[in-house]
Design a protein around this ligand. Structure first.
Ligand code: AP5
Length: 233
């Protein structure tokens, strides 16, 4: 019997490693036997990815959102709040649990979520000092085929073929990440104060596998407490 699903928020400054850790959490697979595989099965919902999908689709919301993203500012609530609420309300998120990445980023977004009844079991905060973040952003590359996140130095592509197709995000410049950091710094405390009881701080400067191992232990412990079982394939 499957227990109550996990509800996880992951937060941190731009390039602190949120997307990288979400990829590891959602891909986690433990082979128990030839027939049974265990995994968290959480639905990864990244506010930035939802917005970039709107931008790519050329919708009115996407066009408007891009103006704010270019400036490193928060996209207005009238675009983002319902977009995230709708994704959280879908059946897969409700049944499997969710992993909310980069949301909420302001007190008003957190308050709206609470009003809609979305409360996390845990709020993971990745801590990385600012001097490391700029280097991470400038070296970040994305694989448009698999969606995997790379870094030219810390997580280079595995083959020449992948290297040749990597792309860069339009807001991944030193100038723009500094603007994103300013926005982050002016909002972070008010968001953290609303999740005081659920916060778990993780040192995000460690290699990504070590960061994941800390998150993995916390999530496994939490699942055990909730009496939930891993999803099995
Ligand atoms: P968003 O897409 O969420 O960007 P962000 O918060 O700036 O975070 P990033 O995606 O840049 O970084 P990340 O923490 O996921 O790091 P990653 O794992 O890729 O938001 C973009 C914009 O959308 C915002 O500016 C805003 O305009 C808008 N927006 C988003 N959410 C919104 C909201 N709630 N409300 C309103 N507007 C919103 O890692 C970065 C690099 O470092 C990679 O190259 C990776 O390989 C490397 N790396 C990762 N971990 C490690 C490690 N442990 N060691 C070494 N390198 C590592």
């Amino acid at each position: 019997q499957k227990g109550e699903p996990l509800r996880v928020m992951i937060s941190g400054a731009p390039a602190s490693g949120k997307g990288t850790q979400c990829e590891l959490i959602t891909k986690k697979c433990v082979l128990l036997s030839c027939f049974v595989t265990l995994q968290y099965n959480l639905v990864h919902i990244a506010a930035g990815d939802l917005l970039r999908a709107e931008v790519a689709a050329g919708t009115e919301n996407g066009k408007r959102a891009k103006e704010f993203m270019e400036m490193g500012k928060l996209v207005p609530n009238e675009i983002v709040v319902m977009m995230v609420k709708e994704r959280l309300s879908q059946q897969d998120s409700q049944e499997n649990g969710w992993l909310l990445d980069g949301y909420p980023r302001s007190e008003s977004q957190a308050t709206a979520l609470k009003k809609f009844g979305f409360v996390p079991d845990i709020f993971i905060l990745l801590e990385v000092p600012e001097e490391i973040l700029v280097e991470r952003v400038v070296g970040r590359r994305l694989d448009p085929v698999t969606g995997k996140i790379y870094h030219l130095t810390y997580s280079p592509p595995e083959t020449e073929e992948i290297a040749a197709r990597l792309t860069q995000r339009f807001d991944d410049t030193e100038e723009k990440v500094k603007l994103r950091l300013l926005t982050h710094n002016s909002n972070v405390e008010s968001v953290l104060s609303l999740y005081e009881d659920q916060i778990v701080k993780v040192d995000g400067t460690l290699p990504k596998e070590e960061v994941f191992s800390q998150i993995d232990s916390v999530l496994t412990e939490l699942l055990a407490k909730k009496g939930a079982a891993f999803g099995s394939l």
